[in-house]
Design a protein around this ligand. Structure first.
Ligand code: SF4
Ligand code: SF4
Length: 475
């Protein structure tokens, strides 16, 4: 029985409610007036219910799709302006006791595995800082013996501690297996930014079929965010299915039900939603997955979610090709990874394989292989402001202190100047001559668009100070 406030995942992601929403979506989408009504509501940045989103997922004619993309573009522009926040994933360990069918790290794969030592981790961090990164997403396979929570905590401390030239990692987000409230509390105390856990699939029978090992427990996995927020006190959480494991209609509707549940029980919805799409990986029979999502449908999903949860950060990984990424940035994506390595030790050097002697394989294959500086140049050429901002979490603007600012649109007064300040730092410390010219021109132009006069003057003053050598000035 569907109950948004239930603490049982079988009730807040009630299968019958998802199926009912899909058929309601099919029925209502036959009415042009109904679609118009939902698109008009979306235009007011008030978000949509999962049932309304179900209607948009049924749109199939090009003209209406284009209209929806136009509105998604408007909503994104109004809330996020032109900034795109950049981050890098950092793989700590490829040991894993699970056998997820779609993943290159599954335990049945005979690949060389590695766990970073603290010294290797420092090398990785220095390499990432030398690329200009300020925000990381830690990744590790699940293995309580080889990679226990204490190891993760030690790594977080090392990362925050390692400073290279003007570089510093200012926000560490963490993507590790579902764990106990006690361990989430430890992560909070270690000052993580967002705790991210991909749901993979909300469809329970598919979930059970895909996962062997401790991750097989659907309820433990699906209720992880409740433990993280209510038990562990973590303010910002990030969710997202792996599109392609099951019907995207089901996944998208259930994802929105999950967001509604978090808002109902914790007072804040997800801080971010990620959009991984099933891709080829070592030992994965890609063609055996019947629900792969094509580009056209994937774009529709991104636009629908942008309209349904306008204030949630939307994250895309380097799994997508450069051209397609650009299309998705326009209609909804607000954060992306740049210059990613999805192998353990991949940033600093090829990891020493310490068991098996087989060359290390990544968790999945990438489509965007550009260096971070080329990603940044691409963004600037397309009119986006690359942002290395990490200010909110460091200013205590998290959870229920963040959401009202986001929902009232006031956060924009911080995002734009912070994007310009961190981009200025990047230009000073990491850019080549070409990018410095392009970037400086952009900053000089965009500073005039900061809406609040006082903030504009303060931003101009901070920019001057950064040019004189100061760092880490923020709103
Ligand atoms: Fe392990 Fe995660 Fe890969 Fe599953 S998806 S095999 S838990 S690394
Ligand atoms: Fe994100 Fe806050 Fe920075 Fe805006 S000001 S980019 S919301 S961290």
């Amino acid at each position: 029985m569907y109950n948004v406030k239930s603490m049982d995942s079988n009730e807040f992601i009630d299968d019958a409610e998802v199926l009912e929403s899909i058929s309601e979506g099919k029925r209502l989408s036959k009415s042009k007036a109904e679609i118009d009504k939902i698109l008009e509501k979306a235009r007011e940045y008030k978000g949509l219910t999962h049932t309304e989103a179900a209607v948009l997922l049924e749109i199939d004619d090009d003209e209406t799709l284009e209209r929806m993309y136009r509105i998604a573009r408007e909503v994104k522009e109004e809330i996020y302006g032109k900034r795109i926040v950049l981050f890098a994933p950092l793989y700590l360990s490829s040991y894993c006791v699970n056998n997820c069918k779609y993943c290159g790290y599954k335990c049945s794969n005979n690949i060389g595995r590695h766990k970073l030592t603290q010294e290797e981790l420092r090398e990785e961090v220095r390499a990432l800082e030398a690329m200009g990164h300020k925000r990381l997403l830690l990744e590790a396979g699940e293995d309580d013996e080889i990679c226990p929570i204490d190891y993760i905590l030690e790594c977080i401390e090392t990362i925050y501690d390692e400073k290279f030239e003007n570089g510093a990692i200012r926000r560490v987000n963490v993507d590790i297996a579902a764990t106990t409230a006690e361990n989430y509390k430890k992560l909070k105390d270690a000052q993580i930014g967002t705790y991210i856990l991909f749901q993979e699939t909300y469809h329970k029978p598919t979930y059970l079929e895909m996962h062997k090992g401790p991750k097989h427990n659907y309820e433990w996995h699906t209720e992880a965010m409740d433990r993280a927020m209510l038990g562990g006190g973590i303010d910002d959480v990030g969710i997202g299915p792996l599109f392609g494991l099951y019907d995207y209609h089901y996944e998208t509707i259930a994802l929105l039900m999950h967001a509604e549940h978090l808002e109902a029980v914790a007072g804040v919805g997800p801080h971010t939603i990620s959009f991984p799409r099933l891709l080829p990986a070592e030992g994965v029979d890609y063609d055996s997955f019947p629900w792969l999502v094509n580009d056209r449908d994937f774009k529709k999903i991104v636009a629908t979610i942008r309209l349904a949860v306008p204030y949630t950060g939307m994250i895309l990984s380097t799994r997508e090709s450069v051209d397609f990424r650009n299309e998705l940035l326009e209609i909804g994506i607000s954060q992306m990874s740049a210059g990613s390595s999805v192998g353990v030790g991949g940033y600093a050097r090829k990891a020493a394989v310490d068991d098996g002697g087989v060359e290390e394989k990544p968790q999945f294959n990438l489509a965007d292989h550009r260096k971070p500086i080329d990603v940044v140049k691409g963004l600037v050429s397309d009119g986006y402001i690359p942002s290395y901002c990490t200010a909110c979490y460091r200013e205590g603007r998290t959870g229920d202190r963040f959401m009202p600012l986001a929902k009232s649109g006031q956060i924009k007064n911080c995002c734009l100047p912070n994007a310009l300040l961190t981009f200025e730092e990047y230009l000073r410390d990491y850019a080549d001559g070409e990018l410095r010219l392009m970037g400086q021109e952009m900053i000089d132009r965009e500073i005039n668009t900061v809406p609040n006069e006082k903030q504009r003057a303060r931003a101009a003053d901070y920019l001057k100070k950064i040019r004189e050598g100061e760092r880490d000035l923020r709103f």
